[in-house]
Design a protein around this ligand. Structure first.
Ligand code: F6R
Length: 260
């Protein structure tokens, strides 16, 4: 696991955007795995800027989102479909048929989940999976105790996650208890994973993910087993890490061919 510590969320997003750009420029039909939430908003803004100003081309790219609420119509402003349109999809030249999001309105959930896994496989697998992390260590909506080999499925959200998600819903609107999420096993099959985290609220989860034991109680800790996982943090999210100096030294002394 490579740990990169940066002075600000903006600097984190600039590096993350360079990873995305590198993939798109070096792989003809790149496949991206995408998160929602507050973490990727600045990253998406930087990607949109690169598309507009530097010609970053998404015509041949395919995307798969990590998750979507169950029972929330894609037209609902609180849906992840709406979020992705607003922050990314409406601003890029992606082919709509290459955009994939879990169907939270599916009549047959197990079938829809299986179809999502099949679509990922048929696209050739995910090249770069971008991730945020929940304060409880979740990735996607794989809450603590999720199987570390789980696949795309319906998941029950914890009260804590529901309380957090509340801010994205208008007052009085019920916050969904269920979501469809890629499984931890699905995420681990991506050829590379890039997790971003900002702020004090993520410091404990980041510490447990990077320097704690691999455990289903901290699903993100499984990234320790991934052959190509990069974690990019701001100072606040990195504040509990014991080996900060080492991570900094490694990053500052990377050979040129490894720099992005
Ligand atoms: C959302 C997702 C979640 C979020 C996590 C952090 O698609 O996969 O795991 O990444 O809950 O959310 P924020 O970024 O809002 O702190």
């Amino acid at each position: 696991m490579e740990v990169i510590i940066q002075p600000s969320p903006k600097a984190v997003c600039a590096i993350a955007a360079r990873h995305v750009a590198h993939l798109l420029r070096t792989k003809h039909k790149a496949v991206l795995g995408l998160p929602t939430g507050s973490t990727p908003i600045s990253l998406y803004a930087e990607i949109v800027r690169m598309h507009r100003e530097e010609g970053l081309d998404f015509k041949q790219a395919t995307t798969f989102n990590l998750d979507e609420y169950v029972g929330i119509d894609p037209a609902n402003p609180a849906s992840y479909h709406s979020f992705m349109r607003q922050h990314l999809f409406d601003h890029l030249n992606l082919d709509p048929k290459n955009i994939h999001m879990p169907d939270g309105m599916a009549k047959d959930m197990p079938l829809a989940c299986q179809a999502y896994e099949t679509a990922i496989r048929e696209a050739g697998g995910i090249d770069l999976q971008i991730l945020g992390i929940g304060a409880d260590g979740h990735i996607g909506f794989n809450e603590p105790s999720s199987s570390l080999s789980s696949r795309t499925r319906l998941k029950t959200l914890t009260d804590k996650t529901m309380r957090f998600n509340k801010s994205f819903f208008s007052p009085g609107q019920p916050v969904p208890r269920y979501a469809i999420t890629m499984g931890v096993g699905t995420i681990m099959e991506a050829r590379a994973c890039l997790l971003l985290a900002f702020g004090d609220a993520k410091a404990v989860a980041v510490e447990r993910m990077v320097e704690g034991a691999v455990s289903a109680m901290v699903p993100a800790s499984i990234l320790q087993m991934h052959p190509q996982a990069v974690v990019i943090l701001d100072e606040a999210a990195a504040k509990n890490l014991r080996h900060k100096d080492y991570y900094r030294f490694v990053y500052n002394h990377k050979p040129e061919w490894q720099q992005r």
